[in-house]
Design a protein around this ligand. Structure first.
Ligand SMILES: *Cc1c(COP(=O)(O)O)cnc(C)c1O
Length: 341
């Protein structure tokens, strides 16, 4: 058996069928808008979410950062949850790239609401920072894969419209959210000014994210992508992997969620586990009882059994299920977890 890697859903390797799709992709210079496979992927994804246009980028960090840049002016403030990827894991890009500062809110398992956002909006005074953007993350990585439903998104959208705020979605794992809420991309698409989706997470592509929006927004985003150094040439070989992922690897995500739930159930019953965050999608975050086993010792024990996990704090562990983690690996992992007792 291969090593079991639960550190992230980014660790998947392209399947043979995906590699074949990449190998036979038609390509051209995409800075000249001449790569047919990229054009196809952009059209396909925009249609999927009912948006006018899309932009293929190397990473989700880039799609998020481009969206922030287009939606704001230097000196503005954006509103996001304290656990947001855009704030915690994008190298300070909000300030570095856009000269914008973040107002961080304590969401409900990472989720914002109009009630939380309202008092965070600055009034129109010369000395206050202009609030111009709200960013939601779905699913919320650091909050354990919790997700928004359409009923929670709609009032935030209406609220942002009323207050003249743009609304961005960091949808790196949006398909995991939709798999659980039983909603379609089209249903949520209309409620955001911009949407970032990743194909290199649970969908199993080696690279690639898309930024979706209306034509005018994407025209501006394309210019920023070039400035950020993300204008690619014959990248249709990469877009082919993305197309394959969107067409073949979405409906199976529920399997990952079922395996994550099973891991969560097992962990909940173990004496050395203090608590497990509710498992909503493919992310399992749990706290150890350090008097029984420390984070370092736990990581080492698993590593000796060829299982990789990621420390998410001193005695907090994250496991993420994905398409290269099957039932055999699940059983082995459960066996090892129980043996540590
Ligand atoms: C992974 C991730 C991103 C993008 O990360 P890249 O590694 O730059 O592709 C953005 N938001 C969230 C919530 C993520 O988990």
């Amino acid at each position: 058996m291969n090593a079991i890697d639960l550190r992230s859903d980014t660790v998947t390797k392209p399947s043979k069928a995906m590699m074949e799709a990449m190998f036979s992709a038609e390509v051209g210079d995409d800075v000249f808008k001449e790569d047919p496979t990229i054009i196809e992927l952009e059209k396909f994804s925009a249609n999927l979410f009912g948006k006018e246009a899309a932009l293929f980028c190397p990473s989700g960090t880039m799609t998020n950062q481009i969206a922030i840049k287009v939606h704001t002016q230097p000196g503005d403030e954006l509103i996001c949850d304290v656990n947001s990827h855009i704030y915690n894991y994008e190298g300070g890009g909000i300030s570095f790239n856009s000269g914008v500062q973040a107002k961080l809110l304590p969401g409900n398992e990472g989720r914002l609401s109009p009630e939380l956002i309202e008092p965070a909006i600055n009034g129109d005074f010369d000395w206050l920072t202009r609030t111009s953007l709200v960013s939601l993350e779905n699913t919320v990585n650091r909050a354990g894969g919790s997700y928004y439903t359409l009923d929670q998104i709609k009032p935030i959208h209406a609220f942002c419209q009323k207050h003249n705020l743009k609304l961005h979605l960091d949808g790196a794992r949006i398909f995991n959210a939709l798999a659980e809420s039983n909603e379609t991309p089209k249903q949520i698409g209309e409620y955001f000014d911009s949407i970032s989706i990743c194909m290199s997470k649970g969908l199993g592509a080696p690279i690639g994210s898309l930024l979706l929006g209306e034509k005018d927004f994407i025209r501006k985003a394309r210019r920023i992508r070039k400035i950020f150094g993300g204008g690619m040439r014959q990248a249709g070989i990469l877009a082919a992997a993305g197309l394959y992922a969107l067409k073949n690897n979405v409906t199976r995500l529920k399997e990952d969620h079922a395996r994550a739930k099973k891991l969560g159930d097992v962990l909940n019953k173990l004496g050395y586990v203090d608590s497990v965050l509710p498992v909503y999608t493919n992310i399992v975050i749990f706290h150890l009882k350090p008097e029984k086993i420390t984070g370092d010792a736990f990581e080492k024990k698993l590593s000796e059994n060829n299982i990789k996990i990621s420390a998410f704090g001193k005695h907090t562990i994250r496991m993420v299920t994905h398409l290269d983690f099957d039932d055999t690996m699940l059983e082995k992992t459960i066996g090892v977890l129980k043996k540590i007792e």
